[in-house]
Design a protein around this ligand. Structure first.
Ligand code: 6R9
Length: 663
């Protein structure tokens, strides 16, 4: 997107002010919040720190100069488990902390008092197994209540949890354990997904065999059929029963101490490890859960992500529980047993705030508006999205058919590396602009720059850079340790802990900057529209097009549910645009292909007309639901696919190959 002739992406025109009823009750509704943060920076972030309970109150909010090291709340000490559980007991011990809905209609809930008991008992069990401060405990569990319990039990001991998404293979698990030098593993016998039983323990066993260090394994008998346990294995239920009624003092941690490790989702390349801090991270997620998602203790909040990804860590577990909210954990899928499953649950639990991904919303659109229409969704007050740019038609459908045409919608931009939301509208302050995420949040420094690092004018596309540190930044970035080759975007291993946070700092010369590697364009008011990953931009005849620019045009065509665009090698133009399109049910294909070409020509120009429009029932997606354009590019070029372990629907690849090359 950077560079000449990038064109001017269309910016959404409409400005929708926050509804008055919403503004009146919003947690943050004073427009001066932006100026206040600006004039008080970095002390403005005390507002976030003040949402937490500290063992040692931080006198200093931020210590650091123009370059790392950056220290957030350097003299503060706290425990994340205490903040998410114990401190709520006085006021809401009988309020529900967790509501779990399983895939088969089974459900369970835990009050704060019950959560406190579970967390303490499991923490006591882990301690007896030898787990202590800074030990890495790998959690390889599906969406079951024991997963957040185990996370909080680790946090209570000052141990570092390392959640590995349950759908990953034994090899992926072993690699993540080896890299983290993790000698403890918590897993389960198995679980159900779309009606199929998944043998989780078998995968864990194989991973253990592949490791060359000893591992203590705790196995949860989730399916209740009994588990065979060899040496080094322990039964979760027995451990907890042996520690019934135990209490474990929360270990006070320095704000900069590690809370957890996590791997990026692998959309763009090899998954990378990131370590987040205890104080800065927790303050940042609590502050954004409150100011952006508008969560308060009496709410029921549902983030439909999997806890295996950062979104689940920050906005199922840590943000909502730090605020004393009821958080929903859903272990099933959106279309099983029926396509109205989510809406049934929103209705049943009177969900106030619902947070999901654009890819999920596009699936809801494809299934039809009759599914949400069958349920009472009037409890919803706010809707959020995260994970990919949300195009205007999808945004509008979400607001209309899920939000009753009334709920504010926040489009939240952030990354595994950023820990928490950095760009969004504040729903009680800012007008919404469908198709645009919003301004950088108060206190966040960001700019859109060209390839030479110079800021571009509003309306011109470029690369987003973050120009100031933020509390939720990962340890390696704050420490400035081993941040890799400073002259390139891709970085080597991080000396701190074998992490690597690939999106990189600027080269030595010039001010400190962090490059998330996303393309963006700002409008005159500073609202950012995201254009996709910069390494996925398509270069045709010397012109660069963002994937978002092309895809949002294609998705705007009647009959199109989803689209992904990649560049394929072409003898005459260098690159030809291939558009992969998932049509809505019953959409006529012949006519659709022509209408897509016409729409692109009208919106962008003849040079951008796709050389190929390939229809497909589904796009290749990561297990976290993001389109894997890298694989589409390989298919288009008839190349080797490389590592496909992050792919959720591998069965689609053969089909895509034949449709691409037989067209
Ligand atoms: C939280 C999460 C990060 C990448 C990020 C960007 C894309 C996330 C977005 C968005 C446009 C949004 N992304 N939110 N793009 N608008 N609201 O998704 O983390 O899995 O690490 O992905 O996702 O490309 O760089 P992660």
């Amino acid at each position: 997107m950077t560079g000449e002739g990038s064109g001017r992406p269309r910016l959404g025109g409409e400005r929708i002010p926050p509804p008055e009823w919403f503004r009146r009750q919003a947690t943050v509704s004073d427009p001066d919040v932006y100026d206040a943060f600006e004039s008080e920076w970095p002390d403005c972030w005390r507002r976030a720190g003040d949402l937490l309970s500290w063992d040692d109150d931080p006198e200093t909010v931020f210590r650091g100069g123009e370059t790392p090291p950056f220290e957030w709340f350097p003299d503060g000490r706290l425990n994340a488990s205490y903040n998410c559980v114990d401190r709520h007991l006085d006021e809401r011990k009988n309020q529900r902390a967790l509501v779990w809905e399983g895939p088969l209609g089974d459900s369970r809930s835990y009050t704060y008092l019950e959560l406190h008991r579970e967390v303490n008992e499991f923490a006591a069990a882990l301690r007896d197994l030898g787990v202590g401060e800074d030990d890495v405990v790998t959690l390889y569990l599906p969406m079951v209540p024991e997963l957040p319990v185990a996370m909080l039990a680790c946090a209570r001991l000052g141990a570092i949890h390392n959640v590995v998404f349950a759908g990953f293979s034994a090899d992926a698990l072993a690699e993540r354990m080896a890299r983290a030098d993790s000698a403890y593993l918590v897993t389960c016998d198995g679980y159900y997904r779309r009606g199929d039983a998944i043998a989780q323990k078998n995968k864990a066993d194989n991973a253990r065999l592949a490791l060359d260090h000893d591992v203590e394994v705790v196995v949860l008998d989730h399916l209740g059929q009994g588990v065979h346990l060899g040496p080094g294995y322990h039964d979760y239920g027995d451990l907890v029963a042996d520690h019934a009624g135990a209490e474990v003092d929360p270990v006070a941690r320095d704000a900069a101490d590690s809370l957890f490790r996590i791997y990026t989702s692998g959309t763009t390349g090899e998954p990378r490890g990131v370590t987040h801090t205890t104080g800065g991270y927790l303050a940042h997620v609590a502050w954004t859960a409150r100011s952006v998602l508008d969560i308060r203790p009496e709410d029921t909040h549902w983030c439909s992500a999997d806890i295996g990804w950062i979104t689940g860590h920050s906005y199922i577990v840590y943000g909502p529980l730090a605020l004393g909210t009821t958080t929903v954990l859903y272990g099933g899928t959106a279309d099983h047993p029926e396509k109205d499953r989510l809406w049934k649950l929103v209705d049943r639990h009177a969900v106030d705030v619902f947070y999901t991904a654009p890819t999920a919303i596009r699936a809801f659109m494809k299934w039809g508006k009759e599914h949400p229409a069958r349920h009472d969704l009037s409890s919803l007050r706010l809707l959020g999205t995260v994970g990919e740019p949300i195009d205007e038609p999808t945004w509008r459908w979400y607001r209309e058919h899920i939000g009753g045409g009334e709920c504010p919608v926040v489009d939240t931009w952030w990354q595994t590396e950023t820990g928490a939301i950095l760009v969004s509208t504040l729903p009680g302050v800012d007008p919404m602009k469908p198709g645009s995420a919003g301004r950088p949040l108060p206190g966040i420094g960001a700019a859109v720059v060209d390839a030479g690092g110079e800021p571009v004018d509003p309306g011109e596309s470029g690369e987003l850079v973050l120009t100031r540190p933020w509390p939720g930044m990962p340890r390696a970035l704050a420490n400035g340790t081993g941040w890799g080759a400073r002259d390139g975007r891709r970085t080597a291993a991080d000396a701190d802990s074998s992490d690597s946070v690939a999106p990189s700092e600027s080269p030595d010369a010039g001010p400190w900057r962090y490059h998330p590697e996303d393309g963006a364009v700002a409008d005159a008011e500073g609202y950012l529209t995201f254009l996709g990953r910069i390494d996925e931009a398509v270069n045709v005849a010397g012109r660069r097009f963002s994937t978002m620019e092309l895809e949002s045009t294609i998705v705007g065509v009647e009959g199109v549910a989803e689209a992904a665009v990649v560049g394929a090698d072409d003898e005459s133009t260098g690159t030809a645009i291939y558009a992969y399109v998932a049509p809505e049910r019953d959409a006529p294909e012949a006519d659709l292909r022509q209408r897509i070409r016409d729409a692109v020509e009208d919106a962008i120009g003849a040079v951008a007309i796709p050389a190929a429009v390939v229809f497909t029932p589904d796009l290749p997606k990561t297990r976290s639901g993001k389109v894997m354009r890298r694989l589409l590019r390989a298919v288009a070029n008839d190349e080797d696919l490389g590592d496909t372990s992050a792919l959720r629907n591998p069965e689609i690849l053969g089909e895509l190959r034949s449709r691409t090359h037989d067209k």
